[in-house]
Design a protein around this ligand. Structure first.
Ligand SMILES: [Zn+2]
Ligand SMILES: [Zn+2]
Length: 251
C-alpha cells in the first residue's frame, strides 16, 4: 500500500514513462508506448476456431478444425479468444495491472479485448459480461479484481450488462501458476458458484472475462457454475493466452 502511494506521488512529479520499456511517453500515448504495443505478439493465424490458439502451436495446423488444446473442454464452453500471447509486452502489462496495481492500464487492455471477434457473429448472442471472480481473501490482499476492470471496459464497448457479483469464488484456492496442468483442475474444482440468479443468465450465452487464459481449468469451473444456474453457453475473452509449459502469470 505504501509503495502504491509513493508511486502515485512520484508519478505526478516525474515525466510519464512507458510501463514496459521505461522510455518517455508521447502525449498521445497511454501508459505503454507505441513501440512496445507494436512488439506485442498476437496469436498467429490460422487459429483454432474454438479456443483461438495458433494451430501451429498445437501441431494440428491444416489437419482438422479441432485442436488438441480444447478437445476435452466442456461442450458449453463455446469460444475462447485472446488478444496477445503471454510474453514480452503483454506479460509485462498483465503483471503491471495485477501485481503493480496500475489500474489505469485496464482501459487500454480492455479496448484490445473488446476488439476481439468470437467468430461466426457469435458476439451478437452475448447477453451479459462477467468477470472471473477472485476469492474474498485475494480481493482483500490485492484491493481490486483485475478481471472486473477489464470486463467493465468490454461490457461498455459491446454495450452489454456487466454482472459483477453474480458469479463468486467461494474457495480460496492455491495460485494456479505454481501447479502442473493436471493439478489445476482439481485445485479449482467446485470453487465457483452463482450467488444470485438473474434472468440474464436464463438460456443465455454469456461472456467471461479474465486477464490470462492458461489451461482453462478456472474458466471451465466457472462454466460449470454458470450453466448449472441456467446459462446455455459461455465464451471467454482474455488479454493474453499462456501455454502451461511456459513461464506464466495466473491468479
Ligand atoms: Zn515502451
Ligand atoms: Zn482449440
Amino acid at each position: 500500500m505504501a509503495n502504491r502511494w509513493i508511486r502515485s506521488w512520484l508519478d505526478r512529479l516525474l515525466p510519464a514513462v512507458c510501463l514496459v520499456c521505461g522510455d518517455p511517453l508521447g502525449s498521445a500515448e497511454g501508459r505503454v508506448c507505441g513501440l512496445c504495443w507494436a512488439r506485442a505478439r498476437r496469436p498467429r493465424h490460422p487459429l483454432c476456431p474454438r479456443c483461438g490458439i495458433a494451430l501451429q502451436d498445437t501441431g494440428t495446423a491444416g489437419s482438422s478444425l479441432t485442436c488438441g488444446e480444447c478437445r476435452e473442454w466442456l461442450p458449453y464452453l463455446r469460444r475462447a479468444r485472446a488478444s496477445f500471447i503471454m510474453s514480452g509486452t503483454a506479460a509485462a502489462m498483465v503483471h503491471a495491472l495485477k501485481y503493480g496495481g496500475w489500474k489505469e492500464l485496464a482501459r487500454e487492455m480492455g479496448a484490445e479485448m473488446a476488439a476481439q471477434s468470437l467468430g461466426k457473429g457469435l458476439e451478437g448472442e452475448i447477453a451479459a459480461v462477467l468477470p472471473v471472480p477472485l476469492s474474498r481473501t485475494r480481493l482483500r490482499e490485492r484491493g481490486f479484481n483485475q478481471a472486473e476492470l477489464l470486463a467493465a471496459v468490454v461490457a461498455e464497448r459491446w454495450n452489454r450488462p456487466l454482472l459483477r457479483d453474480v458469479l463468486v469464488r467461494h474457495l480460496h484456492t492455491r495460485r494456479q501458476a505454481r501447479l502442473a496442468p493436471r493439478e489445476r483442475l482439481a485445485n479449482v474444482s467446485g470453487a465457483f458458484a452463482v450467488r444470485r440468479s438473474t434472468d440474464l443468465l436464463a438460456d443465455a450465452h454469456v461472456l467471461l472475462v479474465d486477464d490470462v487464459l492458461t489451461t482453462a481449468a478456472t474458466v471451465q469451473e466457472c462454466v460449470r457454475a454458470l450453466c448449472g444456474a441456467g446459462a446455455r453457453a459461455v465464451s471467454v475473452v482474455t488479454f493474453a493466452r499462456a501455454r502451461p509449459e511456459l513461464p506464466r502469470a495466473d491468479r
